[in-house]
Design a protein. Structure first.
Length: 755
């Protein structure tokens, strides 16, 4: 037996040794799936499989780096450096740069991140004279992204009657036109957004048989991590690539499928079993992370889901402490309790700040915890905040670098043509952009001949000066490395000087960020490549690397001694000794958007399962009786998920004891000291509404803003706003003492009281 097989348990060893044919590894939380994947790849190489023939796809660059390092350590040689290991987007972009001409793109195409894409859409919406409050760039981007993930082109989008009806009902009938304009703009600019990397890879494999055959034979063994997070486009690409050898190994956990809002489809993991008659299924159920109590609670919760692959996580660890459920009077009390508990555990049990994580459903919930942590002088960090590469000064500098690699890319040209200020105003920029659209030329082509557009005097001089400067920078690329060119850009463009003379705190921070960017480029150029390919040290490859960073890659700094605050979504894949899952209330967790559809509710339960299984030793689950939402103090029910925790695993004795508070009503003044655990027992508010005897739900199509309606549970309310297409229309309704609630009309059952 090989040494690398010795540390594996039986199911892990079976997964490593099963090398031929389709294999699905159902890997429960904390069950060592990364160890299995890396050992399996090392075993294939040890059997004599050429490392160039192995493709491994992950969802973060960090995971890919870790896998390479582990394989290299296991084998004791450098064969791992030849592997195609990376994210879907990074691996596909690498292939598309080789094959770009087949698709009509330059091989130095620019990759737009989400912010770049939204900026282009904002420009298009403005050019079409559309209301950007109706056609919000973020909404339009998500709509287009969803279509691409389902392999819809703009032509197919425009031809789909159902889609067009949805857009019309949402008062956005021209999204199809925006989609078309956006697609053509990106193509003309020689740019692809993240979704295009998937769509164009699919087009390459379906429209060019010789390319399909080449990559089918190149990648004889394919492995995909986090398969439950793949979307339709990724599913079809993998199926195409593996059609010849069928040596496809997918690793995933349906219980951790939480990204449907990004287009991920849990159905892919079920479909895999149907696609291959001889598929082998191996379950990894031994957990190496959490205490037995935490695992038993997680198993109990997820068993309430109907749509799942049955498995039972277990561990040989001790039972550990019970899960503490805590009820606070308000969200501020909840924040204070969490900060106090962190401080107490640091003093009594010698934990460090970095041992704690506070997980919430939405980013907006962080305020109360931030304030309480500051008061206690506890260092913390918001995980998933503004990335270094999303800061304005960094985006500005990178725009200059992008122009050198691809001068056809309009978005970057528009961004820096007058920054620092050089006398080229918005009117001038819009005139060039409009002419480019009318003449079907690129922004740069017209910029090179400004006199032909009628520009004169100072404006003409400014435009010609900018073009000359960019051409001079471009000429440096053949003589200097990426760092030297970037340094010259910072100096000659005036960008660094602009930030240097700003001596405010913010100005100094921006200047330091630019220096850090230059340090990053210098480090990149001086670090030896893994495979010795000199071209991989080009400015273009550097830009590709930083553009394709995922959220998890951007937000590292694991070694800092800080309490981490993050959404449950952001916590996936991480683990902490001590975890607080906060805001466990109806309409928050589960979200009000997910309470009237079984599939949505089951995804919320999977999200809770993910939150529970982040904890290694200690877990607190907290909620507040009252919380400020939309400017009003709203009374809340505890989350239904709390009732799914086994009573013998829960300790509810640590509920926060708020100071005596005076509660005012119209007719009386009373004192209320505690409404704590009774809520968890009854799961009802004190003022549960009794529906009218003639209650009968009305057609939601007849409901308009200002109507008075009745809900069987929340009582009487007034419709404040209506959003979205009819199929998913959401009403914001003021239910008086029950507060404002967002309700999906198609599932809510409302009776019209007064039109």
């Amino acid at each position: 037996m090989q040494d690398y097989l010795t540390p594996l348990n039986e199911p892990q060893r079976e997964a490593v040794l099963y090398t031929e044919g389709p294999l699905m590894i159902v890997a429960g939380a904390g069950s060592g799936k990364t160890k299995v994947l890396t050992t399996r790849i090392a075993h294939l190489i040890n059997l004599g499989v050429d490392s160039f023939r192995i493709l491994a796809l992950t969802f973060t660059n960090k995971a890919a780096r870790e896998m390479k390092e582990r394989i290299e350590h296991t084998l004791g040689n450098t064969e791992a450096r030849n592997l195609y290991i990376g994210t879907f987007h990074s691996v596909f972009s690498r292939i598309l740069r080789v094959e770009a001409e087949k698709l009509g793109y330059p091989n130095n195409f620019t990759i737009y991140d989400t912010d770049d894409a939204k900026s282009v859409l904002k420009t298009i919406i403005k050019e079409m004279n559309l209301d950007d409050k109706t056609y919000k760039p973020a909404f339009v981007y998500n709509r287009i992204s969803s279509a691409k993930n389902n392999l819809y082109t703009y032509k197919e989008y425009q031809a789909d009657h159902t889609i067009q009806q949805e857009d019309a009902r949402g008062n956005r009938p021209r999204i199809g036109e925006i989609f078309e304009s956006y697609s053509k703009r990106c193509f003309k600019n020689g740019a692809m957004d993240f979704d295009d990397l998937l769509v164009n890879m699919y087009i390459l494999l379906t429209n060019f048989p010789e390319a399909l055959a080449r990559y089918q034979h190149k990648f004889r063994y394919i492995m995909i991590d986090e398969y439950q997070d793949t979307n339709l486009a990724q599913y079809h690409i993998i199926k195409l690539l593996g059609a010849v050898s069928e040596n496809i190994c997918v690793v995933g956990d349906d219980a951790q499928s939480i990204y449907s809002f990004r287009g991920a489809s849990m159905e892919n993991i079920f479909q895999f079993q149907k696609d291959y008659d001889d598929v082998k299924i191996i379950k990894l159920e031994q957990n190496y992370r959490s205490s037995r109590t935490i695992l038993d609670a997680a198993n109990s919760v997820i068993n309430f889901n109907k749509n799942q692959i049955k498995k039972e996580l277990w561990t040989d660890k001790e039972s550990g402490e019970k899960i503490k459920t805590v009820c606070s009077f308000t969200d501020n009390d909840e924040g204070k309790f969490v900060a106090d508990a962190i401080m107490e555990n640091k003093l009594r049990n010698h934990f460090s700040n970095k041992d704690f994580a506070i997980l919430y459903r939405t980013n907006a919930q962080s305020r109360a915890f931030e304030e309480s942590l500051r008061r206690q002088n506890i260092k913390y960090r918001i995980y998933g905040g503004l990335s270094f590469y999303q800061r304005k000064e960094i985006k500005d500098f990178i725009a200059y670098l992008r122009i050198l690699v691809n001068s056809q890319e309009e978005e970057s040209l528009r961004r820096v043509i007058n920054y620092p200020v050089r006398g080229i105003g918005t009117t001038t920029i819009n005139k060039i952009s409009l002419a480019a659209q009318e003449q079907n030329k690129t922004f740069w082509e017209l910029l090179e001949k400004p006199a032909e557009l009628g520009f004169k005097g100072a404006t003409l001089n400014a435009l010609e000066g900018f073009v000359t400067m960019i051409k001079n920078f471009h000429a440096m690329l053949t003589k200097k490395n990426a760092y030297e060119v970037a340094f010259e850009i910072g100096k000659a463009s005036g960008l660094v000087q602009e930030l240097y003379i700003d001596k405010t705190v913010e100005g100094l921070a921006r200047y330091e960020n630019i220096q850090e960017l230059l340090n990053s480029i210098k480090e990149y150029t001086e670090t030896p490549t893994e495979d010795g390919e000199l071209e991989e040290k080009s400015l273009g490859s550097y830009l590709q690397q930083i553009t394709l960073l995922t959220d998890a890659d951007k937000d590292g700094e694991e070694d800092q001694d800080v309490v981490k605050l993050m959404t449950v979504h952001a916590s996936k894949g991480l683990e902490f000794p001590c975890v607080f899952v906060v805001g466990m209330e109806e309409n928050i967790f589960p979200s009000s958007m997910s309470m009237y559809d079984r599939e949505d509710l089951e995804e919320e339960r999977r999200l809770f399962y993910v939150a529970i299984t982040r904890a290694k030793f200690r877990l607190w689950i907290s909620f507040a009786n009252n919380r400020y939402r939309f400017g009003s103090l709203v009374q809340n029910d505890p989350s239904r998920f709390l009732t799914e925790l086994p009573a013998n695993l829960v300790d509810d004795s640590q509920s926060a004891k708020p100071k005596q508070r005076t509660v005012f009503s119209k007719s009386t003044q009373t004192t209320d000291t505690s409404i704590q655990q009774k809520k968890i027992a009854t799961n009802k508010t004190a003022s549960t509404h009794i529906a009218s005897s003639d209650f009968k739900a009305d057609d939601p199509k007849n409901m308009t803003i200002g109507m008075q309606v009745e809900h069987e549970r929340f009582g009487f309310g007034t419709i404040l706003t209506l959003e979205g297409p009819m199929a998913n229309k959401i009403a914001n309704i003021d239910f008086g003492t029950m507060g404002q609630k967002k309700i999906m009309l198609n599932y809510a059952k409302l009776r019209i009281v007064q039109a």
